[in-house]
Design a protein around this ligand. Structure first.
Ligand code: SF4
Length: 423
């Protein structure tokens, strides 16, 4: 049975502009069928692939993964010097592995349908260039069926393809309840009367209250009423002016800088940063992020030279254009459920949302490093760097990092950071 694909009511466009980002920066993991297909294509390592085998096996024998091989500079072994895909050239578009064709779309099963997310690590997605998402409907539908087969997803007893993400207490609410909560968050996120940072602070307020509520057995309109009530309370209880919010504490700043280090680190591809100088360089970079003084270690080659002091300098409120970019980003991430569950290494619902919320102060912090660029451009650039990790960097869902994000969220430091870096 095929499930419908729903794009979100957000003005988001995309088309491939052959930036080559995906073929140079990403590791493509293959399914057994894709491995078989590529092996059957008969590639000559010497003549076609610069002396490299087409595939690379990684991981322990019990969790072995097969990936497309890469050159030293990070580019895929099938990428030609002219920037074209050799598999595509020789065997056609359909012969490419599904992750190559799917990028930058992220399809997330959500009850009786699929939701469409996007990776803003793709410069065309971040810059909103191309056709509107609904115009990709036909290909998305085909991708969704192929993805369901590839991941061996079967229809569950409740008619959905996957179980809903767990809430933070381990409880699983039925899909309609989860989607109702997502609608509640989206209502806050689309409220243009508030700047995006305030919308996120209100959403975090709601998250804190919802986490304390026992939701088992509360469904349908009763759940809707509870969400409305808590949203009104978040509205009234969140200071509107960021200046009224206390500055983040010393510990909040240290944990935040560590999060920024993680979210800006690029270890492979053309934008590889300090990782190219080895582990010792990374260790010293980590200690500098801890201290927060002097020049900022360039963990990503796309970051300009800047100091920690410059990243702390207030830049004033964002322009309406910069606000619109961030609104689009958070509505896509939240509406598509890219922030929790299987799309985000199994993070529980609210924890996943709080992890996503850390990206806003991080984006504003990185955008301040791009002092020479217009504000909107600096925000877009920061987005492409930071979003690279959301749902794709396993470390974000590791125990140590989860504890760090939990401390930031549960002590109110995260709201303080949001207010602080929006000044
Ligand atoms: S197989 Fe082709 S599309 Fe996929 S990463 Fe390699 S060059 Fe790019």
């Amino acid at each position: 049975m095929s499930f419908p694909v729903r794009t979100l009511p957000v003005l988001q466009n995309w088309d491939c502009h052959v930036t080559g980002t995906c073929c140079k920066e990403y590791r493509v993991t293959l399914s057994p069928d894709e491995v078989e297909r590529i092996e059957a294509q008969g590639w000559d390592e010497e003549k076609d692939l610069g002396g490299l085998p087409p595939l690379k096996r990684t991981g322990m024998p019990w969790s072995r993964q097969v990936m497309l091989n890469h050159h030293e500079d990070g580019s895929c072994v099938f990428l030609s010097p002219e920037g074209r895909c050799r598999i595509h050239e020789r065997f056609g578009y359909e012969a490419k592995p599904l992750p190559c064709r799917l990028f930058p779309f992220v399809l997330v099963p959500a009850g009786d349908h699929w939701r469409v997310g996007l990776r803003y690590a793709c410069p065309s997605a971040a810059s909103n260039k191309g056709r509107a998402l609904p115009e990709h409907q036909e290909e998305l539908l085909a991708f969704a069926s192929e993805l369901a087969r590839r991941e061996k997803l079967e229809t569950q007893a409740d008619g959905s393809l996957t179980p809903p993400p767990r809430m933070d207490n381990g409880e699983r609410l039925p899909w309609p309840s989860v989607l109702r909560i997502v609608d509640g968050l989206m209502k806050i996120l689309r409220n243009r009367r508030d700047p995006v940072e305030l919308r996120l602070r209100k959403a975090l307020h709601l998250a804190g209250d919802m986490r304390k509520s026992r939701l088992a057995g509360i469904e349908g309109s009763r759940l809707g009423e509870l969400i409305d009530l808590l949203t009104t309370s978040a509205d009234a209880g969140t200071p509107t002016n960021p200046v009224q919010v206390s500055p983040p504490s010393w510990i909040g700043r240290v944990l935040f800088r560590q999060a920024v280090a993680l979210l800006t680190r690029k270890d492979h591809g053309p934008n590889r940063g300090l990782a190219s100088r080895g582990r010792v360089a990374l260790f010293f970079a980590a200690t500098r992020f801890m201290r927060g003084t002097g020049s900022i270690p360039r963990l990503h080659a796309g970051l300009p030279e800047a100091t920690f002091g410059q990243a702390e300098e207030p830049r004033g409120p964002l322009s309406p254009e910069a606000e619109a970019i961030l609104e689009r980003y958070y509505m896509i991430k939240v509406g598509s459920l890219q922030f929790s569950g299987p799309a985000s290494f199994g993070l529980p619902f609210w924890e996943g949302f709080e992890t996503l919320a850390v990206t806003l102060p991080a984006i504003l912090w990185v955008a301040r490093m791009h002092r020479e660029r217009p504000r909107e451009e600096a925000i877009t650039k920061a987005l492409t760097i930071i979003d690279d990790h959301i749902g794709f960097n396993r470390v974000l869902a590791g125990l140590r990092q989860r504890l760090s994000f939990r401390i930031l969220a549960r002590t109110g430091e995260l709201s303080r950071l949001l207010a602080w870096y929006s000044r």
